[in-house]
Design a protein around this ligand. Structure first.
Ligand SMILES: [Zn+2]
Length: 187
């Protein structure tokens, strides 16, 4: 097992960990205390006060805020409840034409926009690009991950969350889009 102390984890996050040490971390048995230490390092660096429950992706975190589990950007912008796809609250650029694809790919390396489009998701607060997906036109935004935090904390970390409830682990994205449909229909 390759243990990483706080400084080593900080170097890992900053991409400064020497390769030999990084290789040992990647291929070795995981240090049981690493997740806690990792959260501590992230929390110290955060520009927000909310308790980090899980880093969701680069720049994105699940935090406890006002009794809810929400997804936020590292700038603090809140996308909404964890159980609804955060992408629905993002700013989106859809590259669905030859002209838009041509900005980043040459003629022979880009997709046919009749078959596939690229969607780029940005934080409305700081305009950081947070995700890119390639999907057929009309396909719903991909819900990359709905983590089961209660199981993670209780069964893997041995530290059950105080507000544990199976109700957290439900995909409610359709509730959101259903509301939008009702609004659009004037119901
Ligand atoms: Zn942001």
């Amino acid at each position: 097992m390759t243990s990483l102390d706080r400084a080593g984890l900080a170097d890992l996050l900053d991409g400064k960990l020497p390769w030999q040490q990084l290789k040992g971390v990647m291929s070795g048995t995981k240090d049981p205390a690493r997740f806690d230490l990792y959260l501590q390092v992230l929390q110290e660096r955060a520009s927000f006060e909310d308790m980090i429950l899980l880093p969701l992706a680069e720049h994105l975190f699940v935090v406890a805020r006002n009794g809810q589990r929400v997804v936020i950007c590292d700038c603090g912008y809140e996308f909404g409840a964890l159980d609804q796809n955060w992408k629905h609250a993002a700013r989106i650029l859809v590259r669905d034409s030859e002209a838009l694809l041509e900005e980043i790919y040459d003629t022979y390396h880009r997709c046919d926009p009749n078959w596939m489009e690229l969607r780029e998701y940005f934080c409305p607060g700081c305009l950081t690009q947070l995700a890119v997906e390639a999907v057929p036109p009309g396909y719903p935004p991909l819900f990359d991950m709905l983590p089961d935090l209660d199981t993670l904390y209780a069964e893997f970390l041995g530290q059950p969350l105080e507000d544990a409830d199976p109700d957290w682990f439900q995909d409610r994205t359709n509730d959101l889009t259903s509301e939008w449909l009702k609004e659009a229909a004037g119901v």
